[in-house]
Design a protein around this ligand. Structure first.
Ligand SMILES: Cc1cc2nc3c(=O)[nH]c(=O)nc-3n(C[C@H](O)[C@H](O)[C@H](O)COP(=O)(O)OP(=O)(O)OC[C@H]3O[C@@H](n4cnc5c(N)ncnc54)[C@H](O)[C@@H]3O)c2cc1C
Length: 311
C-alpha cells in the first residue's frame, strides 16, 4: 500500500495540516509520500521531508502552481495518484476545494473528514454535523481519495529525513482557470485554523464596529479571531472567520465564545477545543452545556473588565 498526501502550503511555509494528514496516514501502515505543488517547491519540500514517517517528497514545480488553484492542481494529483492506493488531503478550505476534483478525475467517490483509522480501508467520520460517528468501509478495489479531519489528529513531529525528488507529471495543465488576485486582509493575527487560542464573537456583538472589541481581546491573548455564522451573515465579520459546520472546524487549546448561543452547527466546529469559555447573558444558552468556564452577563460589561485585568 502506498499513500500520497497533498501538501498544503502558503508563502513558502508548510501548513501544519500536512503533518496531521501524515499522522492519519501513519495509522494505516503504508509507505507515505508527500506531493508539493508550487512554482518553486524547494523550501516547502525541505519542511515536508522532515515530517516523521514520510518516505519521499515529490516536488512538482510549474509556474502554473504558483497559486493553489484546485482546477490546476487536480489533474496533476490525479496523474501522480497512478502509483498509489490512497490519496489524502486535509479537510481545510484548500483540501475541500481540491480533493473532490481529484476524486472525480479518478472516477471514485471521496471519503470526507476521516477522524480515525480502523483498518486500511475502514475509517470513522462524523455525520449529522458531528452528532453521530459512522464507520465507513471503502472499496479495496478502487483508489481511496479522502480528506483528513485535521482537528482529530496531532501532527507528526519534524524528526524525519525523507528523500526529495522532482516528479514529472504527465498531465495537461488546464488553462480555463487562472489566478487573478488575492484579497485577504493581512491581520498579523494567528491563522484561525491553527491558532492555539481563538476568540469568537456572535450576533450579540451587534455590528462590525463593535467587533473591534473581539479583535482587541484576541490581540491581548495573541489569539486568532472567529465568528458565528449569524455574525458573518450580518456582516460583522468576514466570511473566512466563520467557525462551524459550514465554516472552519478548529481545535484550539482555548476557545472563547462571546455572545454566541451555541447552536449545534457552531458547536460542530469547536468539539475538539481543549478548554471552552463562554460569555453569554442568558444562563440557559446551550453554549454553557459544553463550556468548561461560563460567565453569565453582558459582554459589553465583561469584556472591558477582562481587558483591564489582562493589562
Ligand atoms: C445548514 C446550516 C449550517 C450552519 N452552519 C453554521 C456554522 O458553520 N457556524 C455557525 O456559527 N452557525 C451555523 N449555522 C447557524 C446556526 O444555526 C445559528 O443560527 C448561529 O450559530 C447563531 O449564531 P449566534 O450564536 O451568533 O446567534 P444567536 O443564536 O442569535 O445567539 C446570540 C447569543 O448572544 C447572547 N447575547 C445577546 N446579547 C448579549 C450580550 N449583550 N452579552 C452577552 N450575550 C448576549 C444571547 O443570549 C444568545 O445566546 C448553520 C445553520 C444551518 C441551518
Amino acid at each position: 500500500m502506498r499513500i500520497l498526501i497533498v501538501a498544503e502550503h502558503f508563502g513558502g511555509k508548510l501548513n501544519p495540516a500536512t503533518a496531521k494528514c501524515v499522522s492519519c496516514a501513519s495509522k494505516i501502515g503504508a509507505d507515505i509520500d508527500i506531493a508539493v505543488l508550487a512554482a518553486d517547491s524547494a523550501a516547502v519540500a525541505e519542511q515536508a521531508a522532515q515530517l516523521a514517517g514520510v518516505k519521499k517528497v515529490l516536488k512538482v514545480d510549474h509556474p502554473a502552481n504558483a497559486e493553489p488553484l484546485a482546477a490546476v492542481q487536480a489533474p496533476q494529483i490525479a496523474a501522480l495518484a497512478a502509483n498509489y492506493t490512497h490519496v489524502f488531503g486535509p479537510s481545510t478550505t484548500f483540501g475541500k476545494d481540491l480533493m473532490p476534483r481529484v476524486a472525480a478525475l479518478l472516477g471514485v467517490g471521496q471519503l470526507s473528514d476521516v477522524m480515525s483509522v480502523e483498518a486500511p480501508y475502514r475509517f470513522r467520520r462524523p455525520i449529522y454535523a458531528g452528532n453521530a460517528i459512522i464507520t465507513v468501509d471503502a472499496p479495496q478495489s478502487a483508489k481511496l481519495v479522502a480528506t483528513v479531519r485535521v482537528a482529530s489528529f496531532q501532527g507528526v513531529d519534524a524528526s524525519g529525513s525523507a528523500a526529495v525528488e522532482a516528479a514529472a507529471v504527465a498531465s495537461e495543465i488546464p488553462a480555463h482557470t487562472r489566478f487573478i488576485s488575492r484579497s485577504a486582509a493581512a491581520t498579523g493575527r494567528p491563522d484561525l485554523q491553527t491558532a492555539a487560542r481563538v476568540v469568537s464573537g456572535g450576533r450579540a456583538v451587534g455590528s462590525a464596529e463593535n467587533f473591534k472589541i473581539i479583535y482587541s481581546l484576541a490581540d491581548k491573548l495573541k489569539a486568532g479571531v472567529g465568528a458565528s455564522r449569524a455574525a458573518v451573515d450580518a456582516g460583522y465579520a468576514p466570511n473566512e472567520l466563520q467557525v462551524g459546520q459550514t465554516g472552519k472546524i478548529i481545535a484550539p487549546e482555548l476557545y472563547i465564545a462571546i455572545g454566541i448561543s451555541g447552536a449545534i452547527q457552531h458547536l460542530t466546529g469547536i468539539k475538539d477545543a481543549r478548554t471552552i469559555v463562554a460569555i453569554n447573558k442568558d444562563a440557559e444558552a446551550p453554549i454553557f452545556e459544553i463550556a468548561d468556564i461560563g460567565l453569565v452577563g453582558d459582554l459589553f460589561t465583561i469584556l472591558p473588565e477582562l481587558e483591564k485585568a489582562l493589562g
